[in-house]
Design a binder for this molecule. Structure first.
Ligand code: KG4
Ligand code: ZN
Length: 335
């Protein structure tokens, strides 16, 4: 089975062709980062308009690079949510129109299911079941995964998502958008011992997260600390340590609670080098293993959507879904 996958849920246009026998045949990615940078965050209307301009030529290119004609396709899959509705509509309208024009089925995919299954594009790929940590700009979730569509949320952020916390603290540090990678870079020069920020909610049982208090703690320190470069780097490092520690403690707890030993990390924050190193140590100490997608498949991309949609189509999924801003992962049905 061969599918074309389309991702337009936020500020990345992603297109890919995935084949069940041959794997990923092509993928194209365009980031709107520069477009939104001067506003300090994603402007939904600008995002939609840019997807309209970029998407069709990228579909053309991805098909050419994959040596694939429309008649070779068994399906066109697209992100149906959660995300910015205007942006999602661009991908869904094109996918469904091409589906009608080329006579192939189209199918809406859950964006977080795409992130969650992204490590399946790598070699070695994790076996089911596993615990997944999904940490992106909009979500922080710990999920027990038994198979495609068989998800049980173990814990989630009760306020800011991990990526959102990175972005907000980066803004306090006057770093350019998107904040996560810029903050991680600044933190490399920082002293991890100078500022000790709280590890929110680790002293209570449970697997939920909270990051907004951490952001307030950073703000309080910044108000009284000297404004030199080294201090900014030390604050960035202290903050990064606090987030990484918190996530590692919760992941360890989730593995212990479920009795599972495989951990999968997905979503934009999964590109963070310090988080990757810490989780590797933690899982190794438990006799387990951690799996990541390559960094470019941690952030939004078309390959993960093509893969997730292909699993669903191969299992016989046919029902179309309307695009939606919110869509709980637990509401998905097994493939
Ligand atoms: O998954 P993603 O591309 O988009 C969403 O679906 O949200 O994640 C983007 C988030 C942003 O908040 C960004 O700041 C964060 O991931 N991020 C990072 C790093 N790279 C991206 N956070 C920390 N360290 C990084 N290296
Ligand atoms: Zn995402």
């Amino acid at each position: 089975m061969r599918v074309l996958g389309i991702e337009t849920s936020c500020d990345e246009t992603g297109v890919a062709v995935y084949d069940t026998a041959r794997g990923l045949l092509s993928h194209a990615l365009y980031s709107q980062v520069k477009l939104h940078a001067e506003y300090g965050g994603v402007v939904p209307e600008l995002a939609s308009r840019d997807h309209v301009q970029k998407l069709l030529p990228m579909v053309d290119r991805a098909l050419k690079e994959a040596g694939t004609a429309p008649s070779d396709l068994d399906g066109i899959v697209y992100t149906a949510g959660p995300g910015l509705v205007g942006a999602l509509l661009v991908g869904s309208c094109l996918a469904r129109s091409l589906g009608v024009a080329w006579g192939v089925p189209s199918l809406g995919v859950h964006h977080m299911e795409g992130h969650l299954l992204a490590p399946m594009l790598e070699n070695p790929r994790p076996e089911f079941p596993f615990v997944a940590l999904l940490v992106s700009g909009g979500h922080s979730l710990l999920v027990e995964v038994e198979g495609v569509g068989r998800y049980r949320t173990l814990g989630e952020s009760i306020d800011d998502a991990a990526g959102e916390a990175f972005d907000k603290v980066a803004k306090l540090l006057k770093l350019p958008y998107p904040g996560g990678p810029a903050l991680a870079k600044l933190a490399e020069q920082g002293d991890p011992k100078r500022f000790k920020f709280p590890r929110p909610m680790v002293d209570r049982p449970g697997l939920d997260f909270s990051f907004s208090g951490l952001k307030t703690a950073v703000l309080t320190v910044l108000k009284s600390a000297p404004q030199d470069e080294q201090t900014r780097a030390d604050v960035a490092r202290g903050f990064e340590e606090a987030v990484v520690d918190t996530l590692a403690i919760k992941c360890k707890r989730a593995l212990q609670q479920t009795g599972l030993r495989r951990l999968v990390v997905a979503g934009g924050v999964g590109a963070n080098r310090r988080l990757r190193a810490r989780l590797k140590e933690m899982t190794a100490a438990l006799g387990g293993e951690v799996y990541y997608p390559r960094p470019e498949f941690c952030t939004d991309n078309g390959a993960m959507i093509a893969y997730a949609g292909c699993c669903r189509l191969a299992a016989g999924a046919v029902t179309e879904t309307p695009v939606r801003a919110r869509w709980p992962l637990d509401s998905l049905t097994p493939a």
